[in-house]
Write a new protein. Structure first.
Length: 225
């Protein structure tokens, strides 16, 4: 499944994620944390640029944009405590990243595959999450609804790749999209409903895993079915 080079990168990636998780709650290690958090996606960006030359230019460039906006989102969220505007900026950055991923996934949409049952499940999930958030969103109501819709579309377009790409690429990307959905849900509940125990760890772990799975999955596009 993974080449020796990919295994080495995966180990390096795991180390960066562990450093981020370990330094996230220790004030004395803020400097290391501020480096490690964006380094998670930066490492994926560098890896993708180096190993994606066989992909189509559109997919390659759009994925690179998705990762760049993700890095910007990570940086903005580092400074949320200083100003709420950084949260809004982070939201916009990640919204843009999700749109880029949607465009990438749509390139391999299977027109013969129906997403109705999956969309119904997603809507039930989204309504359940929104139930906890509603009443605490205030001015963020519309932005959060828009963000939720976009990430649901991203998950749906990842689902619709089945049958148009090899099973490995499909499975990795689809799992990545689901982990992205989980990560953003935990973040939203933690911010707008009530603080959750170990939320910093669960948010970042699921987020890092989501990005990793999507990137590796896209790099597996050209493997034989």
């Amino acid at each position: 499944m993974l080449s020796q080079t990919e295994k080495h990168f995966s180990l390096l990636f795991a180390i960066i994620v562990c450093i981020e998780l370990l330094t996230g709650s220790i004030t004395a290690l803020n400097t290391i944390h501020y480096i490690a958090k964006p380094a998670i996606v930066i490492s994926l960006l560098v890896w993708f640029i180096r190993h994606s030359k066989t992909l189509s230019k559109t997919i390659r460039r759009t994925t690179i944009l998705a990762l760049i906006f993700s890095v910007l989102g990570d940086i903005f969220l580092l400074f949320v405590a200083q100003s709420p505007h950084f949260f809004t900026s982070g939201l916009v950055a990640f919204l843009t990243a999700h749109i880029m991923y949607i465009l990438v996934f749509l390139k391999h949409r299977n027109p013969q595959k129906s997403a109705i049952s999956f969309v119904v499940l997603l809507l039930v999930y989204a309504v359940s999450v929104f139930y906890f958030l509603n009443g605490n969103l205030g001015a963020m109501l519309i932005p959060v609804i828009i963000y939720m819709l976009v990430i649901l579309i991203m998950a749906t377009t990842a689902y619709l790749r089945k049958g148009k790409v090899n099973l490995l690429s499909y499975g990795l990307v689809f799992l990545g999209a689901l982990f992205f959905l989980v990560s953003d849900s935990i973040l939203a509940i933690n911010k707008f409903y009530k603080p959750l125990a170990y939320s910093n760890y669960t948010i970042m772990f699921t987020y890092a895993l989501a990005q990793y799975l999507i990137v590796i999955g896209l790099l597996k596009l050209n493997e034989s079915r």
